[in-house]
Design a binder for this molecule. Structure first.
Ligand SMILES: [Zn+2]
Length: 274
């Protein structure tokens, strides 16, 4: 289920950019309804049929991947292109997967958490740098002289992250902010003399959900790569304690927590270590 709400009639919607709709909302946030309800009504066009063999567990990860998929498109990536991602949380790891699926030839990740760097390498990152130990921009430039074609800010860490973002992107390249949070100082002259396009990416348009599902069906996105982002599986009646409160208290220890509607099923999975 694609959870975005838009009016379909405003100039943005008519341009094919429903994510920029003046009436934009998400079902479950500011758009009514919610995934913890027993039933939720969605417009038929927002419901997608899963291809044969794609599990519902993977389906639950299509939404965050669609965010990443859209951002990679905003980065103007072409086949064999080079990419840097600042921050390897849920969005950053999704960017890594989406960039590879869209043909990236090289993806570097900058991430302070060792477990997340390991996960990024396991998911196909060509370089994973700890920005607290190394000069992340210098490490990337050593591998890609002149800088990468597209760089993505997915940490929300503010100035240091944006400084890295703009230091790793090549002249004429694209820098994209995907995460929210933090403020930064920006030197417009650096953008001017290097013709860097610095833009944002928000949610996804009408093409991104189907594109992610198609990439799962044809193998450009592998199910096991998506499920590798799942750090816990919990039953519905534990969603508050082991879901929301756990993320508030120890968010850094998780990527994605999946809530299963069938409590017995989830307990069985946990018991078997599945
Ligand atoms: Zn609209």
């Amino acid at each position: 289920m694609e959870p975005i709400v838009y009016d379909g009639t405003c100039p943005a919607c008519l341009r094919g950019e429903p994510n920029l709709c003046v009436q934009f909302g998400f079902l479950g946030l500011m758009g009514g309804g919610g995934g913890l309800a027993e039933y939720a009504v969605v417009p038929a066009g927002r419901a997608h049929v899963l291809p044969e063999g794609v599990s519902t567990e993977t389906a639950a990860l299509v939404e965050p991947l669609a965010v990443a998929w859209h951002a990679v498109r905003r980065g103007g990536l072409t086949e064999g292109g080079s990419v840097a991602v600042v921050g390897a949380g849920p969005i950053g790891l999704g960017l890594l997967l989406a960039a590879k699926a869209q043909g990236a030839g090289f993806v570097a990740v900058s991430e302070i958490d060792a477990a997340r760097r390991e996960l990024a390498l396991g998911l196909g990152a060509d370089l994973a740098v700890d920005p607290t130990e190394q000069d992340a921009a210098a490490e990337v430039l050593a591998r890609v002289p002149g800088g990468v074609d597209a760089a993505f800010e997915a940490s929300g860490a503010g100035r240091a992250a944006v400084d890295t973002l703009l230091a790793v992107v090549r002249k004429g390249g694209r820098a994209v902010t995907v995460a929210q949070g933090g403020t930064a100082e920006l030197d417009p002259t650096a953008l001017m003399v290097n013709e860097i396009v610095y833009t944002g990416s928000f949610a996804y348009d009408a093409t991104d959900f189907p594109a992610v599902i198609t990439a799962l069906a044809d193998g450009r996105l592998r199910e096991e790569s998506l499920t590798a982002l799942v750090t816990d599986r919990i039953p519905l009646d534990r969603a508050d304690e082991d879901g929301y409160r756990e993320l508030l208290a120890r968010g850094g220890a998780h990527v994605k927590i999946l809530v299963r509607a069938d409590a017995a099923d989830a307990a069985d999975s946990a018991a078997s270590g599945a």
